[in-house]
Design a protein around this ligand. Structure first.
Ligand SMILES: [Ca+2]
Ligand SMILES: [Ca+2]
Length: 321
């Protein structure tokens, strides 16, 4: 038994496509190229609400010149007496196809039709725990399907699974629909501090990053906090309020990755010890929200072996009598 997966692919739905009365399908037609790579299924449906309209549908495979002519190989056709036509091709070979529509009998010479093109292709669906080998009768076969898709709210994508023995791998086909949820807008909020701000060699300062998901929906977050020369992070002190943060000695960064639930926060803390450097150094944090594409960059200064400059504190002036 074998499971083969295709997709995810977005179906193409075109409405009110103009069509004219044709004389020859080779010269008078509406056409659309369909490039296929790792294809599972090409399926095309036409319809129209124009009374008496008769269009016909062809699926052709390009001869290599990239344009549709009658030299191209017809691989499927649907020639009923109405505008309702349907062609389907399982496991299409890689290459360029054309959906071709011909106005066979167009009342008044011009009309319009609707067409749906489902070209389910690609290897973007991964299957985890697919059944292999012989199957016992009357036994469920649980497995997981995953896909990584761009964040386009409300987009509907299609996949297809073929399940069957090796001699007949398409014996059973299982459609898969992926609907991309519209995530609540909102984004990330964060704050980075290091305290105390002034340290001398051997003293430690506590770096603290606080990040908050202001959306009602979860966000996948990547955090990287760069520790500047002049400070040495203590790897054993790295702590995250959820998940796991760690210090990577090679690039001197503290990393955290994970899903931050809606309206929830994350705190990462670690100690950094002052080296022999003199001057101001800057701890820098980069926080990326991967689902919505939000990015924050924050810095916190630390003065090593030098005095921190005085802070200007604004006090309200009270005029006396
Ligand atoms: Ca051609
Ligand atoms: Ca027809």
């Amino acid at each position: 038994m074998k499971v083969t997966a295709f997709g995810p692919s977005a179906p193409i739905n075109l409405h009110n496509v103009p069509i004219r009365q044709g004389a020859s399908v080779c010269s008078d037609n509406w056409k659309r190229p369909i490039p296929i790579r790792d294809g599972g299924l090409v399926e095309i449906t036409t319809t129209s609400d124009v009374l008496g309209l008769d269009i016909d549908l062809y699926l052709a495979y390009d001869d290599g010149d990239g344009v549709f002519t009658c030299n191209d190989v017809p691989v499927a056709s649907s020639l009923g007496v109405t505008a309702d036509e349907f062609v389907s091709l399982k496991l299409p070979a890689d290459g360029l196809y054309f959906a071709v529509v011909f106005g066979y009998a167009v009342p008044g010479g011009a009309a319009d039709f609707d067409i749906t093109i489902r070209a389910i292709q690609g290897q973007g669906l991964t299957i985890d725990g697919a059944p292999t080998g012989a199957l016992a009768a009357n036994t469920p076969l649980p497995f997981r399907i995953a896909a990584t898709v761009p964040y386009e709210p409300d987009a509907a994508l299609e996949g297809l699974l073929f399940v069957g023995p090796r001699e007949s791998p398409t014996a059973l086909s299982i459609p898969v629909t992926i609907t991309v949820p519209a995530l609540d807008a909102g984004g990330l909020n964060a704050q980075l501090t290091a305290g105390p701000e002034g340290v001398t060699t051997g003293e430690t300062t506590m770096v603290r990053l606080w990040a908050w998901n202001t959306s009602a929906d979860a966000e996948f977050v990547d955090v990287a906090i760069a520790v500047p020369p002049g400070l040495t992070a203590n790897p054993g002190s790295v702590h995250a309020s959820q998940g796991h943060a760690f210090f990577n000695v090679a690039d001197r960064k503290v990393y955290w990755s994970g899903m931050l639930a809606g309206s929830s926060g994350l705190t990462i803390t670690f100690e950094a010890t002052a080296a022999t450097h003199s001057g101001m150094v800057t701890v820098a944090a980069q926080i990326d929200g991967l689902l919505r594409g939000n990015s924050l960059r924050l810095t916190a200064p630390v003065w090593v072996n030098v005095d921190a400059p005085p802070r200007l504190i604004h006090m309200p002036l009270v005029a006396g009598e």
